[in-house]
Structure formats: structure tokens, C-alpha cells
Design a protein around this ligand. Structure first.
Ligand SMILES: [Zn+2]
Length: 134
């Protein structure tokens, strides 16, 4: 299953604001363990959109850290721990959960001042470096 197939299911979830058993089955068949983990993450408020003046960044609070998320391109900061996932175009549970929660309008919005941009980005970047020390 590629990004387009996932986005097709996400679009359907977004339209009806619910995940049907057949959509869940399709996700499970194509993503296996990652979907099981993603579903476990759905009931907790872990998906954030952080607004800082004219800046905005998405993040997901995983069990081992808070990760920056670029869901449109399928990138999550946790991938720095498993860089092979980037080249394999494999989705982590955070991205799958983020996409589903976004489709269900369940992204929590945090509002900061534009002056907070530096420390917020440093914090999220820190988690990337911590996950993959060079
Ligand atoms: Zn992740």
C-alpha cells in the first residue's frame, strides 16, 4: 500500500468522521503492527498542532518522545531512529494515528507566541538528535 492508498482511506474517514470496520480491516491488512499500535494511540490526546504566530508545526507525543510530524509527506521525527523506514516509505504508528486523528478533527491545538518558535523547534529537534545520536 502506498501513500495514495492510505490517503484514500483517510479521505473517506474524514468525510464520515468515523472509521468503518472495513476501513480498519484494510488498514490492518496493509500496515499490520503499525495500525495496531496506531489504534492504541487514538484514544489519547497525543496529536498536536502548535501555532506560534505565523508559524505552525505538527507534533505527536509518542511513548519515547515528542516528534515533529509532516504527515503530508509521511515523515515523523521517530524515523530518525529507524532511517530505513524513510527509504522504504514505511509509515510509523505516529503518522497513521496522526492522519486518522486529523481526519476525525481530533488534533489538539496549542497556541504559543511567535517568540516561542525557537525553543519549541529546539525541543522537537532535540528529540530527533536524542533518538539518533551522530
Ligand atoms: Zn513516528
Amino acid at each position: 500500500m502506498n501513500t495514495d492508498d492510505l490517503d484514500k482511506i483517510i479521505k473517506e474517514i474524514s468525510k464520515y468522521k468515523v472509521i468503518s470496520p472495513s476501513q480498519l480491516t484494510e488498514l490492518l491488512i496493509n500496515f499490520g503492527d503499525e495500525v495496531i499500535r496506531a489504534v492504541e494511540l487514538l484514544n489519547s490526546n497525543r496529536a498536536f498542532r502548535i501555532k506560534m504566530g505565523k508559524y505552525m508545526v505538527d507534533a505527536f507525543s509518542g511513548d519515547s518522545g515528542d516528534y515533529i510530524i509532516f504527515d503530508q509527506v509521511g515523515y515523523c521525527g521517530c524515523m530518525s531512529r529507524h532511517p530505513i523506514n524513510i527509504t522504504r516509505r514505511k509509515f510509523c504508528p505516529h503518522i497513521i494515528a496522526f492522519k486518522i486523528l486529523k481526519a476525525l478533527d481530533k488534533i489538539e491545538e496549542l497556541e504559543f507566541s511567535e517568540n516561542d518558535f525557537d525553543w519549541v523547534m529546539r525541543y522537537l529537534k532535540f528529540n530527533i538528535e536524542e533518538a539518533w545520536p551522530i
